[in-house]
Ligand binder design. Structure first.
Ligand SMILES: [Zn+2]
Length: 358
């Protein structure tokens, strides 16, 4: 077979139609922009990166990653899925996530007295947007909560990674930059910066000589560019993530991050966007906190209801259970039953090593 099969084309071509839907929170996720099969539009005026330090507290791995290594014997170019005998690019981006405990769906929060009502309204919108992409609820703190976010105005923006005891301080320097707030909330969900991935040196180079030496609490900012060894590197490197630093982050003038030549023409001037959810950001949210519209399938074992703990054991059931505009996550393995599919759907292969046959 030397071209895409008609059923596959139907599946892929149906996908961008999702973008036109209005999707309320907690039913279906809002559409990502731009459509899935196109490169993201370049925002020529991204918000300037903060010159203030952004510190992310280190965490020790306490639990194993919630995925198994891909099955052996599946020969497939990374970033592709095999349909019949054709390798097709598939979106399998997923951000580097912490292995520290995650919030159990409900995330209590409170505002510091230094956050104005206008800023609270803006941050409320950021929380609502994160809620609309995954299965978390931000709720006002009650007396019985043992962990909560304390959101305050500060001269820097940063947030703690994942769940921890007591008050978890989220600092925001400018509530008007919507996707900076979303970025910090992603740290709360347990996500590191994209350039912290263990394989990042294949994609970018950190220029140590350009890193400011007195901008981070009066000292060097080198720690802002460290690799998080425990964070894993599954999926394609996501230059378009809102969790990536801009090229001149913590710089004395030149670029602190240079994109490797093979990718530079497209991405050197685009990394660090704070304007939209990339597909990979969406995948990360679904991976960490599975929403009802995303169904999991994994070969072997009993069949579904499509959760991480009890996945479907075949592709058609997962596809049928996911609503129009929803997501199917395929664990590594060979799936059959591609058939003719016309329902708009996003298919993820976050572990790689996926084949779909007729
Ligand atoms: Zn950050």
């Amino acid at each position: 077979m030397n071209r895409l099969s008609a059923p596959l084309l139907a599946l892929l071509l149906a996908t961008p139609l999702v973008a036109a839907q209005h999707i309320p929170p907690h039913s279906l996720p809002p559409p990502i922009s731009p459509p899935l099969l196109a490169r993201p539009a370049y925002d020529p005026h991204p918000p300037a990166p903060s010159s203030q330090p952004e510190s992310v507290p280190a965490t020790e791995p306490e639990t194993p990653p919630p995925f198994d290594p891909p099955e052996s014997g599946l020969e497939c170019t990374p970033g592709h899925v095999i349909v019949g005998c054709v390798q097709v690019p598939i979106f399998q981006e997923r951000g580097p996530y912490s292995q520290a405990p995650r919030w159990p769906g409900v995330i209590p929060y409170e505002y510091d007295g230094n956050v104005t009502q206008a800023s609270r309204t803006l941050f409320d919108a950021a929380m609502a947007e994160v809620e609309s992409y995954c299965n978390v609820d931000f709720v006002p703190r009650e007396w019985f909560h043992t962990s909560w976010l304390h959101i305050q105005t500060s001269n820097a923006s940063n947030a703690p990674i994942g769940l921890g005891p007591g008050e978890r301080i989220v600092n925001i320097s400018n509530f008007n930059i919507h996707y900076t707030s979303v970025h910090e909330l992603f740290h709360v969900l347990g996500v590191y910066h994209e350039q912290s991935r263990t394989d990042r040196n294949t994609f970018v180079t950190i220029n140590t000589a350009s890193i400011c030496q007195d901008c981070c609490m009066g000292g060097p900012c080198n720690s802002q560019f460290e690799i998080e060894a425990s964070s894993g590197s599954i999926g394609l490197y996501n230059f378009d993530s809102f969790m990536h630093y801009p090229a001149t982050a913590f710089s004395t003038g030149g670029n602190t991050i240079t994109v490797q030549p093979a990718f530079a023409a497209i991405w050197q001037n685009r990394i660090g966007q704070r304007s939209h959810w990339s597909f990979g950001d969406r995948s990360t949210a679904i991976f960490l906190h599975q929403p009802g519209w995303a169904k999991i399938a994994q070969i072997g074992g009993s069949n579904g209801p499509g959760t991480w703990a009890n996945p479907f054991n075949n592709f058609p059931d997962a596809y049928n259970a996911a609503p129009t505009g929803g997501d199917v996550i395929l664990r590594s393995g060979y799936f059959t039953g591609l058939g003719l599919r016309t329902k708009a759907m996003r298919i993820h292969a976050p572990d790689g090593g996926v084949r779909i046959g007729q």
